[in-house]
Design a protein around this ligand. Sequence first.
Ligand SMILES: C[C@@H](C(=O)O)C(=O)SCCNC(=O)CCNC(=O)[C@H](O)C(C)(C)COP(=O)(O)OP(=O)(O)OC[C@H]1O[C@@H](n2cnc3c(N)ncnc32)[C@H](O)[C@@H]1OP(=O)(O)O
Ligand SMILES: [Co+2]
Length: 134
Amino acid sequence: MIGRLNHVAIAVPDLDAAAAQYSSALGANVGAPQDEPDHGVTVIFIELPNTKIELLYPLGDNSPIQGFLDKNPSGGIHHVCYEVEDIIAARDHLKASGLRVLGDGEPKIGAHGKPVLFLHPKDMNGTLTELEQV
Ligand SMILES: C[C@@H](C(=O)O)C(=O)SCCNC(=O)CCNC(=O)[C@H](O)C(C)(C)COP(=O)(O)OP(=O)(O)OC[C@H]1O[C@@H](n2cnc3c(N)ncnc32)[C@H](O)[C@@H]1OP(=O)(O)O
Ligand SMILES: [Co+2]
């Protein structure tokens, strides 16, 4: 059911510093910051030949990544995102398999303008998992 790895997200305490590091030290193709108010984050995508890195920084007072950054002040890998062809079919299959879908269970539009959902990290080997319909 899952397809390609769309991105690996890294929560960072300093977005400008992280972007500069990927650009200068790693020589990566770093995009512009995008505010995603519906998700409570500012993101920067880094294009790699085979996938993307999503740098995440909290936006607003109730960011879902604030608790993670409080526990991991140096930052850390926050989630992985797999592509699916039909997010509703994927959601229903995963729910039937006993996995918790976060939020109200309805897809939101993600940073690429496509529907996304998240699965609880405790049901996914300690790894917060995003699904994106492509
Ligand atoms: C823009 C979009 C896109 O790509 O298009 C995005 O990615 S938006 C990316 C940002 N959006 C999201 O993350 C949305 C989905 N996330 C959420 O709903 C939340 O962040 C939760 C995953 C439910 C965690 O919420 P919160 O931090 O309030 O809960 P909590 O502190 O009580 O955590 C419950 C337990 O889960 C663990 N936990 C929390 N966040 C985790 C993570 N990212 N990876 C692995 N484990 C994690 C905690 O350590 C804790 O474990 P212990 O009990 O053992 O200590
Ligand atoms: Co993401």
